[in-house]
Write a protein that binds this ligand. Structure first.
Ligand code: MN
Length: 179
Protein backbone atom coordinates (compact mmCIF):
# COMPACT_ATOMS: atom_id res chain seq x y z
CA UNK A 1 0.00 0.00 0.00
CA UNK A 2 2.08 2.85 -1.28
CA UNK A 3 -0.24 5.30 -2.93
CA UNK A 4 -2.64 7.37 -0.87
CA UNK A 5 -5.85 5.56 -1.81
CA UNK A 6 -4.56 1.99 -2.29
CA UNK A 7 -6.06 0.77 0.98
CA UNK A 8 -9.40 2.41 0.19
CA UNK A 9 -9.57 0.87 -3.28
CA UNK A 10 -8.40 -2.57 -2.23
CA UNK A 11 -11.44 -2.91 0.04
CA UNK A 12 -14.03 -2.03 -2.58
CA UNK A 13 -15.38 -3.30 -5.88
CA UNK A 14 -16.46 -0.21 -7.78
CA UNK A 15 -18.55 -2.22 -10.20
CA UNK A 16 -20.80 -3.07 -7.23
CA UNK A 17 -20.66 -0.17 -4.82
CA UNK A 18 -21.92 3.32 -5.70
CA UNK A 19 -19.05 4.82 -3.69
CA UNK A 20 -16.57 6.90 -5.74
CA UNK A 21 -13.20 5.43 -6.77
CA UNK A 22 -11.89 8.99 -6.65
CA UNK A 23 -8.34 10.10 -6.98
CA UNK A 24 -5.83 11.76 -4.70
CA UNK A 25 -5.39 15.49 -5.31
CA UNK A 26 -1.78 16.06 -4.45
CA UNK A 27 -1.02 19.73 -3.97
CA UNK A 28 -4.63 20.71 -3.45
CA UNK A 29 -4.82 22.70 -0.25
CA UNK A 30 -8.49 22.45 0.65
CA UNK A 31 -9.97 22.26 4.12
CA UNK A 32 -13.25 20.37 3.79
CA UNK A 33 -14.64 18.16 6.50
CA UNK A 34 -17.58 15.79 6.53
CA UNK A 35 -19.32 13.67 9.12
CA UNK A 36 -21.19 10.72 7.61
CA UNK A 37 -23.68 8.64 9.52
CA UNK A 38 -23.20 5.04 8.52
CA UNK A 39 -25.66 2.27 9.30
CA UNK A 40 -23.20 -0.57 8.72
CA UNK A 41 -23.25 -3.77 10.76
CA UNK A 42 -22.84 -1.38 13.63
CA UNK A 43 -24.12 2.17 13.40
CA UNK A 44 -21.32 4.71 13.62
CA UNK A 45 -20.28 8.14 12.38
CA UNK A 46 -17.34 8.63 10.04
CA UNK A 47 -15.39 11.79 10.64
CA UNK A 48 -13.24 13.00 7.72
CA UNK A 49 -10.83 15.90 7.38
CA UNK A 50 -9.26 16.98 4.10
CA UNK A 51 -5.48 16.93 4.29
CA UNK A 52 -2.95 16.56 1.47
CA UNK A 53 -5.52 15.83 -1.21
CA UNK A 54 -7.40 13.06 0.60
CA UNK A 55 -9.90 12.74 3.44
CA UNK A 56 -8.18 11.56 6.62
CA UNK A 57 -10.79 9.39 8.29
CA UNK A 58 -11.90 8.09 11.68
CA UNK A 59 -14.85 5.93 12.65
CA UNK A 60 -16.57 7.23 15.78
CA UNK A 61 -18.95 4.59 17.19
CA UNK A 62 -20.87 6.98 19.45
CA UNK A 63 -20.77 9.96 17.12
CA UNK A 64 -19.66 13.50 17.90
CA UNK A 65 -20.80 15.37 20.99
CA UNK A 66 -21.12 19.03 21.94
CA UNK A 67 -20.49 18.29 25.58
CA UNK A 68 -17.06 19.62 26.63
CA UNK A 69 -14.53 17.04 27.63
CA UNK A 70 -16.72 14.22 26.36
CA UNK A 71 -14.32 11.62 25.07
CA UNK A 72 -15.29 9.68 22.01
CA UNK A 73 -13.40 6.72 20.75
CA UNK A 74 -12.25 7.49 17.20
CA UNK A 75 -10.77 4.62 15.23
CA UNK A 76 -8.36 5.71 12.53
CA UNK A 77 -9.34 4.16 9.19
CA UNK A 78 -8.02 4.33 5.64
CA UNK A 79 -7.79 7.60 3.69
CA UNK A 80 -10.82 8.29 1.50
CA UNK A 81 -10.92 10.30 -1.75
CA UNK A 82 -12.18 13.88 -1.57
CA UNK A 83 -15.18 12.82 -3.68
CA UNK A 84 -16.34 10.68 -0.80
CA UNK A 85 -17.37 13.80 1.09
CA UNK A 86 -20.38 14.12 -1.21
CA UNK A 87 -21.44 10.51 -0.99
CA UNK A 88 -24.87 9.75 0.41
CA UNK A 89 -26.54 6.50 -0.53
CA UNK A 90 -26.59 2.78 0.07
CA UNK A 91 -23.60 0.41 -0.06
CA UNK A 92 -25.05 -2.92 -1.24
CA UNK A 93 -25.27 -6.11 0.82
CA UNK A 94 -22.06 -8.13 0.95
CA UNK A 95 -19.92 -5.15 -0.07
CA UNK A 96 -17.45 -3.55 2.32
CA UNK A 97 -19.31 -1.32 4.77
CA UNK A 98 -22.72 -2.45 3.48
CA UNK A 99 -25.49 -0.14 4.69
CA UNK A 100 -26.88 3.37 4.39
CA UNK A 101 -24.61 6.41 4.42
CA UNK A 102 -25.85 9.93 5.19
CA UNK A 103 -23.91 13.20 4.97
CA UNK A 104 -24.81 14.23 8.50
CA UNK A 105 -22.73 17.41 8.49
CA UNK A 106 -20.10 19.09 6.35
CA UNK A 107 -18.20 22.30 6.04
CA UNK A 108 -14.63 23.46 6.48
CA UNK A 109 -12.08 23.04 9.23
CA UNK A 110 -9.34 25.30 10.51
CA UNK A 111 -6.45 23.70 12.35
CA UNK A 112 -5.11 25.49 15.42
CA UNK A 113 -1.57 24.40 14.65
CA UNK A 114 0.35 22.69 11.86
CA UNK A 115 -2.01 19.89 10.82
CA UNK A 116 0.60 17.64 9.20
CA UNK A 117 2.69 17.64 12.31
CA UNK A 118 -0.41 17.16 14.46
CA UNK A 119 -1.68 14.31 12.31
CA UNK A 120 1.64 12.49 12.55
CA UNK A 121 1.64 12.95 16.31
CA UNK A 122 -1.97 11.86 16.58
CA UNK A 123 -3.18 15.13 18.04
CA UNK A 124 -5.30 17.52 16.01
CA UNK A 125 -7.05 20.55 17.41
CA UNK A 126 -9.28 22.55 15.13
CA UNK A 127 -12.43 24.55 14.61
CA UNK A 128 -15.23 23.36 12.36
CA UNK A 129 -17.39 25.66 10.28
CA UNK A 130 -20.27 23.37 9.50
CA UNK A 131 -24.01 23.36 9.70
CA UNK A 132 -24.25 21.58 13.03
CA UNK A 133 -20.80 21.60 14.60
CA UNK A 134 -18.60 24.47 15.62
CA UNK A 135 -15.65 23.12 17.43
CA UNK A 136 -14.58 19.63 18.01
CA UNK A 137 -11.60 17.57 18.90
CA UNK A 138 -11.66 13.88 19.52
CA UNK A 139 -13.01 15.31 22.69
CA UNK A 140 -14.97 18.52 22.55
CA UNK A 141 -13.33 21.73 23.76
CA UNK A 142 -15.30 24.19 25.86
CA UNK A 143 -16.71 26.97 23.68
CA UNK A 144 -19.90 28.88 22.88
CA UNK A 145 -21.51 25.89 21.20
CA UNK A 146 -20.78 23.74 24.22
CA UNK A 147 -23.65 22.16 26.09
CA UNK A 148 -23.91 20.92 29.64
CA UNK A 149 -24.10 17.25 30.42
CA UNK A 150 -27.71 16.13 30.09
CA UNK A 151 -28.59 18.76 27.45
CA UNK A 152 -30.30 17.52 24.28
CA UNK A 153 -28.03 15.35 22.22
CA UNK A 154 -27.12 17.00 18.89
CA UNK A 155 -27.35 13.60 17.18
CA UNK A 156 -30.98 13.20 18.23
CA UNK A 157 -31.86 16.83 17.80
CA UNK A 158 -30.45 17.10 14.27
CA UNK A 159 -30.56 13.60 12.84
CA UNK A 160 -31.14 14.48 9.19
CA UNK A 161 -28.85 14.80 6.18
CA UNK A 162 -27.09 18.15 5.80
CA UNK A 163 -27.32 17.75 2.01
CA UNK A 164 -30.77 16.37 1.32
CA UNK A 165 -32.62 16.69 4.62
CA UNK A 166 -33.42 13.01 4.51
CA UNK A 167 -33.60 10.57 7.39
CA UNK A 168 -31.59 7.33 7.23
CA UNK A 169 -34.73 5.33 6.35
CA UNK A 170 -35.49 7.65 3.44
CA UNK A 171 -31.98 7.26 2.01
CA UNK A 172 -32.24 3.49 2.38
CA UNK A 173 -35.65 3.44 0.74
CA UNK A 174 -34.72 5.67 -2.16
CA UNK A 175 -31.52 3.72 -2.94
CA UNK A 176 -30.01 6.56 -4.90
CA UNK A 177 -26.89 8.53 -4.41
CA UNK A 178 -26.08 12.19 -4.19
CA UNK A 179 -22.81 13.74 -5.27
MN1 MN B 1 -18.09 3.82 8.09
Amino acid sequence: MNKPLDAYRAKRDFSKTPEPAGKPRKGKAGNAYVIQKHAARRMHYDFRLELNGVLKSWAVPEGPSLIPGKKRLAVHVEDHPLEYGGFEGVIPEREYGAGTVMVWDRGTWTPEFDPEHGYKKGHLKFTLQGEKQEAWLLFKSDDDAARPEGAPDILEEMPRSAVTGRAMEEIAREQDRVW
